[in-house]
Design a protein around this ligand. Sequence first.
Ligand code: 6R9
Length: 664
Amino acid sequence: MPENGPVESGPALENLLVEERTFPPSPEFAAAAVASADLYEQASADRLGFWADQARELLDWDTAFTEVLDFSDAPRARWFADGTLNAAFNAVDRHVAAGLGERVAIHWEGENGDTRTLTYADLQREISRAANVLGDLGVSTGDRVAIYLPMIPEAVIAMLACARIGAPHSVVFGGFSAEALHSRIVDAEAKLVITADGGYRRGAPSALKPAVDEALAKGGTPVEHVLVVRRTGQEVAWTDDRDVWWHESVDAASETHAPVAVDAEHPLFILYTSGTTGKPKGIFHTTGGYLTQSAYTHRNVFDLHPETDVYWCTADIGWVTGHTYVTYGPLVNGATQVMYEGTPDTPHRGRWWEIVQKYGVTILYTAPTAIRTCMKWGGDIPAQFDLSSLRVLGSVGEPINPEAWMWYRRVIGGDRTPVVDTWWQTETGAIMISPLPGVTAAKPGSAQVPLPGIVADVLDDAGKSVPNGSGGYLVLTEPWPSMLRGIWGDEERFRETYWSRFPGSYFAGDGAKKDADGDIWLLGRVDDVMNVSGHRLSTTEIESALVSHPWVAEAAVVGAQDATTGQAVVAFVILRAEAVEKADEEGEGHDVVAELRNHVAKEIGPIAKPRSILVVAELPKTRSGKIMRRLLRDVAEHRQVGDVTTLADTSVMDLIATGLATAP
Ligand code: 6R9
């Protein structure tokens, strides 16, 4: 295991353990709540029967399933495997058929002030048209499609058009670089890329198409066509036989299209996420189980009343939260939702609250980093808007500190809304551990208990369940419907990463603690994965990017605590003196830090840019050559450096400390 086990405690952990505030649901909320305590009883009495009921109640099946779970080829699970269904039909068509065609599916708000309203009937037409175009462009069931779009309705339409024909989508976050896009297209062997000229961010159009052109110019991809949405109207380079405008093709296509019923285990999407090694993992999910748990959690965890609620999840579709809680969960449940293109402070720091007021948002789902940023900006900003429509608040992506939780509830939720802290991962597909509003007495900072139907535990190093009051590693001990079915093209890595640490259990990679009541507190990653503003970044991936620069001989990256972003990327680099001198002589100058930060942005994306880069003469290593990131983290967090006895050369840390002290 990595040297930084979760069991080490610090002041933050001590705070968590003395948390005594609880917020039981109000009787009025509980009386009208979707969830009830019965769910826990039903699920524990007959877990598989419980999931089968959810799958039948929440989804429409073309062929009814008779099998629930087949785990005989563990860890590869098959759920509802003899059933067939279509995800887009479940998300849209069946609502239209049920007479809900005029219900608003998406209130879209562009950053620049543009707005669009799409009803379920509108979505059905647009998705059908797009599905027809996919067919015309040679995409058929089973082919992969890469989606590289801003937060515009076409992002959801494109995902569902793929689902409609059974072509797994691979959404690549628009903030990722051409390099990152290229490697994901190659790994998934995508045939088509759907992109836009650009999108609005921070008050200006930000281009996307050039990154696609650059990625495809690198070669080695099976991409035949690029479908381009016109969003900003900015100039784009055009490759005649390859590029197709969305507005020319989709708008002209037939608005009828028959959805393809696929097996429940047919892949729905691939989504790349950072692992402990440099290469991102293509986590893939299948159709029936994923949709069942997406709909179930979206309904119960957010207390969704689809006739009256206005739901808003602020995540980008480039992340799993955008997949499950923007595209699939809400639409399968027939919800009305808000979708926003831009940043929270454009054109002013009250933009989100203005949107809540404008659409009467009732359920808000966001990340702790956003909450902490708003705290920093001050409570007087949200106070200028009417937020009284809000009735449920959710948090996801990283541990939420109790103080941020309290602020969220008090300032945004008017001291009346339940706050649900939801723990899950790209791999789990949907929420796993969370309070249920109307049922659970909430505790600031704790995700609390596994949802009905989910079985989790906290184990010690030896794989034994820890008693209340102790910490260890979070595991999931029973399969769940929306579990990942694998890593695309890498079965071995799938088994090794998740199933080898504690045989028979899924190892999540998170440290956790059970408090005196048995409630679970998540304590962050125990592997070399960082969490910056809720985005997973791999230390190794950033190290590789740094070392790919000619000036860098060696690099070590750590995630240091950061008051706003949770963790921040801090890099330690050893330079190649000759290369830097040469650049100097050639008059290129050498602002090493700026140069390397930009290099990382180019290789991976701006989110991976180190907050600080420290140039050092040596890195602390064990005798076996493993970099001791724990010590570097001490430096990055301005702490007394810990135990150095396992270092091959114990003077290295003095050298680093002296170097830093004398650095300009
Ligand atoms: C949904 C999502 C997963 C990692 C996960 C954990 C952290 C997510 C959390 C949380 C504490 C929560 N995480 N939710 N930690 N409390 N409520 O974020 O997926 O991008 O794959 O990240 O995020 O460390 O392992 P993903």
